[in-house]
Design a protein around this ligand. Structure first.
Ligand code: HEM
Length: 240
């Protein structure tokens, strides 16, 4: 029987959670805050699964790794769908509170960068960003120094005697080729998220610069070609 002391609110720390959203200064600010905070929660879960998936691949436990990766893909697909909620905010509604962000921007999301770094896209230049706290910088440093999902997959190929990933594509269904397809699902889901983000941005602020100091949509468009597993994409061109 469940302990009588534990309640829904106490176990999930609901009062603390709901205290994190301050009184909105404009009607749509609550939507904006909830959307970002929920993204960060899902990013936290995705990182948790990513670490496990990477470790499982390092142990050649591919089907288990795939179950973790499939969860990440599902998380990302529902984050893509969340952009529809933002679409119910008008640009005029956003302008009512955009100024309160000052220099704050999703560009500074440390968990997003952690996901990028640990998936295979490392960029040491983020570590010198002035907005990072000591803890955030340490977290990024750990990710920068750590094994990525892409590294783990490449090492698994080497252990299996595969010298060219093209052979995995040619081999047809098998543990490694199924894993490779799930990695592509992941890369594609992140790509969809990036596309929906830039569309949402253009819908809200057009071609205005971002609060984080970038050119805005133009910068975000330049990120659309980023890939965690470029070799897996490139092999498609060589497949004949
Ligand atoms: C009104 C809604 C939004 C607008 C207008 C917006 C705008 C922007 C802009 C202009 C940038 C480029 C950096 C800058 O100069 O600020 C950016 C980056 C970013 N935003 Fe948003 N954003 C919005 C919602 C969100 C949401 C809900 C998330 C969820 C966490 C998010 C996450 C990010 C991330 C992770 C980046 C960095 C992307 C990269 O460097 O590849 N944004 N955003």
């Amino acid at each position: 029987m469940a302990s009588e002391n534990v309640t829904y609110a106490s176990y999930l720390r609901i009062p603390e959670l709901l205290a994190l959203q301050q009184e909105p200064r404009a009607h749509d600010e609550l939507l904006f805050v909830v959307l970002h905070q929920s993204h960060e929660l899902w990013f936290k879960l995705a990182l948790h699964e990513l670490d496990e998936a990477t470790s499982l691949i390092e142990q050649d436990r591919f089907p288990e790794a795939e179950t973790r990766l499939r969860r990440i893909v599902t998380i990302l697909r529902q984050l893509v769908a969340q952009w529809d909620v933002l679409g119910t905010m008008t640009p005029a509604g956003y302008l009512e509170f955009r100024h309160v962000l000052e220099g704050g921007s999703g560009f500074q999301s440390v968990q997003f960068r952690e996901l990028e770094f640990s998936s295979g896209l490392k960029d040491a230049s983020y570590l010198s960003s002035p907005w990072l706290s000591a803890e955030e910088q340490a977290a990024l440093r750990r990710r920068l120094d750590g094994v990525t999902l892409a590294d783990a997959f490449s090492a698994a190929l080497v252990r299996a005697g595969v010298t060219d990933v093209l052979d995995v594509l040619r081999a047809g269904p098998g543990l490694l080729s199924m894993l490779a397809e799930t990695l592509l699902d992941y890369d594609e889901a992140v790509g969809h998220w990036r596309h929906r983000h830039v569309l949402a941005v253009e819908r809200q602020i057009g071609l205005k610069p971002g609060t984080g100091g970038s050119s805005g949509a133009a910068y975000l468009r330049s990120t659309l070609t980023r890939r965690f597993f470029p070799d897996l994409w490139e092999a498609r061109t060589r497949l004949s």
